[in-house]
Design a protein around this ligand. Structure first.
Ligand code: SF4
Length: 312
């Protein structure tokens, strides 16, 4: 096995294929509304992380029903994850949060996945999720945007938090036993291969359950688009990205589930995305190069649990 795939993980956990149903709330993010900053992350477009979403004017329940009927019919699926995907889905008063999440509790929903920022994790929100999970049997997973562990790069990309907030959020979530998925952009131009390796090491040491990797997209009308047009940084090559992913996987614990090796972006919104090729071609190249190198996830994960004591 080259790496621990999300589809296998879901099949083992739920006994069949499970599909994510995106839920799009009419919300924002503390890094856009002036709480942390007004500018947002330098790569963030106004549409947030949306790709296949229904309008946020529809209720949570309507969005889930419509997506469940479409995806259920198309793939003959009958187990689903309600996925609160866009912007920061815990950034709202607790009562509003409770209502939104409770509205996702439906027949055939086996998990609720909530995407948010590390500085928007608080005990009362987690306590509610824990109770809901106990009452309904629905699993909870939390997706945390991190992008990189290099706190200098985090400042450069205007994340509005550092590595410390990520560690704090992980320690809080872990108390409730929810799965944690970390989002990373592996080829940020201000990171080098040492940062890529350190990302894998820190996520492994913290016991992160899943990762989603993305390459850097240049979304139109963002601060990074201006920097890109002014040629202020080098995007690197297709093979640079492939190499970074492989080195990351080699240093990552074999326990971590890989949700994605590469993301997707709408062409009409971007100046640059995935080196002008399709996400699945990049994935296939990563798989091919890993086979050629005879390598696999966790091959170099030899640094945990008192590694300097090995000779004793
Ligand atoms: S945290 Fe997410 S939604 Fe907020 S500015 Fe950054 S990328 Fe955009």
């Amino acid at each position: 096995m080259l790496y621990n795939t999300y589809s296998d993980y879901l099949k083992n956990k739920y006994g069949q294929r499970v599909y994510k149903l995106p839920v799009n709330l009419p919300i924002t993010c503390p890094n856009r509304d002036g709480t942390c900053s007004a500018g947002g992350c330098i790569f963030c477009g106004e549409v947030g992380a949306a790709f296949e979403n229904l309008p946020s004017t529809m209720s949570v329940s309507e969005q889930i029903d419509e997506n469940m009927s479409f995806i259920g019919h198309k793939y003959k699926a009958n187990k689903f994850i309600a996925y609160f995907q866009n912007f920061t889905n815990t950034y709202m008063p607790i009562e509003v949060f409770k209502k939104n999440i409770s509205d996702a509790v439906k027949d055939n929903i086996v998990e609720i996945a909530i995407s948010t920022r590390p500085d928007c994790i608080r005990e009362d929100y987690m306590e509610f999720l824990h109770e809901l999970s106990q009452d309904t049997g629905i699993n909870i997973s939390i997706e945390l945007g991190l992008q990189t562990v290099n706190y200098k790069t985090l400042k450069h990309i205007n994340r509005g938090h550092t590595l410390a907030e990520f560690i704090d959020a992980v320690l809080i979530i872990k108390k409730y036993g929810f799965d944690i998925c970390a989002h990373l952009i592996l080829n940020l131009p201000w990171d080098d291969i040492e940062d890529t390796i350190e990302c894998a090491k820190i996520l492994s040491a913290l016991g992160i359950n899943q990762v989603k990797l993305h390459s850097l997209y240049i979304v139109k009308d963002t601060p990074i688009a201006e920097m890109y047009l002014n040629k202020e940084f080098d995007m690197g090559t297709y093979m640079d990205y492939v190499n970074r992913v492989i080195i990351f996987l080699e240093h990552l614990s074999s326990e971590v589930v890989i949700q994605r090796l590469i993301g997707r972006a709408k062409e009409e919104h971007t100046l640059f995305a995935n080196y002008g090729t399709s996400w699945w071609k990049i994935k296939d190249t990563i798989d091919d190069v890993m086979r050629q190198r005879n390598t696999y996830q966790g091959r170099l994960c030899n640094y945990l649990g008192g590694s300097a004591l090995k000779k004793f």
